[in-house]
Write a protein that binds this ligand. Structure first.
Ligand code: HGY
Ligand code: MN
Ligand code: MN
Length: 400
């Protein structure tokens, strides 16, 4: 059958496949067609394995995540996961047999938007167990995490089950920068040397629900007043006073949420970021003090829960060297940089040598449906992931 007909048939099968399956199942299906092994662990982390000569050597992992944000884009996580699969296919097509197995990984719940904390898949993988406290986690939609996890695992019967956490020889992740610096400097490749720290707080200020029309100021215990004055103070100080600090209130809700009732309580999320742990500690203390003082002033009570605490972490010198070599081999301009976003590579950092590769995204926009990557940057990033995988196996002195 002529190649052109084969290609047309493969394309139409691919389109049919895409219409009917969810991303993990689609990726698993494509992997099985190529003869790769597909595994899933108790956190629904998805692994696609291409064996090497020495099947007993811990695999080298490349990948990212497939989950997204409520108004997420098409590249955050997906680019790194699909590029990793492309690397596996290219090794297969080129008949390159690495000594060590190479596995593509798609980590579960990197975003943490529906179920906090983020990076649950890579966190549990690095811990080697599922934290007991996770059994009670409820999503923003009220669904229990444990039920959503069971459903996700059941939705991929083609995957072989494997234990949570196993030795790996290294990890590389391609990701969009999610910021403007590469695009502004017209540099196609970022060599990521570390990730800043992240903390999430859930704040609930409780006052007294009352009638909006009949309750004079002196009789109000209005949590919305307490919250807005605390936020005003924090917005005026945290980021204006420290260029590296990030403070974001992404979710806020007033209960009972009636137009003519003073709220009984106001709940909100706080996302704090900084490259330095002691600055994160100072800013977190500032946030707590602001809400406590403002709640007391307005006759309210405040409850603050920390739902995520990801310390800043550097990436590995040997892996960074491999990525630098790859940029040299490919003649691609690059620059070292710290990641403003957190990534699964941060938790993998606890169990293996690792680094990341960034490519620009238009206007630095991410966590937005307008997220976009020029095709030339997707290609450059994927070539970098391929070449870096081979070069890093060298710099980590892992036989190829
Ligand atoms: O929030 C983050 O930094 C990541 O994009 N999930
Ligand atoms: Mn991501
Ligand atoms: Mn993201």
């Amino acid at each position: 059958m002529p190649q052109s007909v084969q290609r047309r048939q493969a394309a139409s099968t691919g389109r049919r496949l895409v219409r009917k399956t969810r991303p993990p199942a689609l990726l698993a299906e494509l992997a099985l067609r190529r003869g790769f092994r597909v595994y899933q662990d108790p956190l629904a982390n998805l692994f696609i394995r291409r064996d090497g000569k020495d099947g007993h050597h811990p695999p080298f992992l490349i990948g990212s995540h497939l989950d997204s944000q409520p108004t997420g884009g098409r590249y955050d996580g997906a680019l790194g996961t699909l590029a990793a699969f492309e690397v596996l296919e290219t090794l297969e097509d080129a008949g390159i047999v690495t000594d060590v197995p190479i596995e593509v990984v798609a980590w579960t719940n990197e975003e943490g938007s529906r179920f906090a904390p983020g990076a649950m898949g890579s966190m549990a993988f690095s811990l080697g167990h599922i934290p007991e406290s996770w059994q009670d986690i409820q999503g923003t939609d009220g669904v229990f995490w444990r039920d959503a996890l069971a459903e996700t695992i059941a939705a991929l019967p083609v995957a072989e089950q494997r234990a949570l956490g196993f030795p790996i020889s290294g990890y590389l992740e391609l990701h969009i920068e999610q910021g403007p610096s590469l695009e502004n400097e017209n540099i196609p490749i970022g060599i990521v040397t570390g990730v800043q720290g992240t903390r999430w707080l859930e704040v609930t200020v409780a006052g007294q629900a009352a009638h909006a029309g009949t309750t004079q100021l002196a009789f109000r215990r209005d949590p919305m007043v307490a919250v807005t004055s605390a936020l005003h103070m924090l917005y005026e100080t945290v980021m204006p006073e420290d260029d590296n600090a990030r403070l974001t209130i992404g979710r806020i809700a007033a209960l009972p949420g009636s137009v003519n009732a003073i709220p009984g309580s106001v709940s909100l999320t706080v996302d704090l970021r900084h490259p330095l742990t002691d600055r994160l500690n100072t800013i977190e203390a500032q946030v707590l003090a602001a809400f406590q003082a403002s709640a007391a002033l307005h006759g309210c009570k405040v409850d603050i829960r920390k739902t995520f605490d990801m310390s800043p972490a550097p990436f590995s010198k040997a892996v960074i060297e491999g990525v630098e070599q790859a940029a040299g081999h490919l003649g691609l301009p690059s620059k070292h940089m710290i990641s403003g976003a957190f990534h699964d590579a941060l938790y993998v950092a606890r169990v293996a040598p690792r680094a990341m590769i960034f490519v620009p995204c238009r206007d630095g926009l991410s966590h937005n449906e307008a997220e976009y990557v020029d095709p030339e940057h997707s290609v450059a990033g994927t070539q970098m992931l391929f070449q870096s995988t081979l070069d890093v196996l060298n710099t980590l002195a892992i036989k190829q």
